[in-house]
Design a binder for this molecule. Sequence first.
Ligand code: SF4
Length: 295
Amino acid sequence: MSFDVAHCMLCPRRCGADREKGVGLCHCGTEIRIARAALHPWEEPCISGKHGSGTVFFSGCALGCVFCQNRKISRQAVGKAVTVEQLADVFLELQEQQAHNINLVTGSHYTPWIVQALERAKPKLHIPVVWNCSGYESLEILRMLDGLVDIYLPDLKFYAPETSGAYANCPDYFTVAAKAIPEMFRQVGQLKWNGELLQHGLVVRHLVLPAHRKESMQLLDWLAETLPTDAFLLSLMGQYTPPDTSLPDKHLNRHIATFEYESVREHAVQLGLNGYGQERSSASASYTPDFWTEQ
Ligand code: SF4
């Protein structure tokens, strides 16, 4: 794919912005901005390990969910500007700090530059690269990443067009994600482990939303029908947090009920999916490992 920075069609928004003169719907121009780069111990156990995942949080976002908890980063693109060379150095510094992997969080709108940084760092980089994204990912972006990413960690957020239209202004969310996730699986294939740590494979995250447990189950049904259930992991999250300001959709102004989370979790068990759940009572939203396989 040829990337035209003056008419950006990189992500599924295809907004056509001239990023040399301004910003697109992702709130980003040509400057790579990162909000944080640090070891992160609270990702899924298979990537956090003992020392933590080497997370790099990119500023800006093309999705823009109404309940986003990181608005300053996603909407205002708050962060530090770095060059491709500096970004490659950030990856290597995280490796030196004993990160178990390089975890690229919401970097889709910077993909051409991230690819350059990865290629620059690759000869010295000996840990897996994780692509941590919203699931609203174009096939063009994924093809650029083919061979550079070891672990895909996409969200799978919405099933119904009405929901994704209302909550993220993208009625086509599921249509896009339903093409992107199989392409991710095609690239990385079966799960490969080094002891307790994942080295290669696909982990799909799903956050159960208030009043949407049926939709969660439809997403799990799709996953079980589409991918071999023993070849990827599901991370079922229950820590939905209402934003500070009240939203017009009253459902989004409350936490999910235990019943809602548990019913989705039971559905995952029935489908034979493997992965992680969360202790909903835990303030740190810690993960409980492999709970489906124990049943
Ligand atoms: S990456 Fe940004 S500028 Fe490019 S199409 Fe997507 S939203 Fe528009």
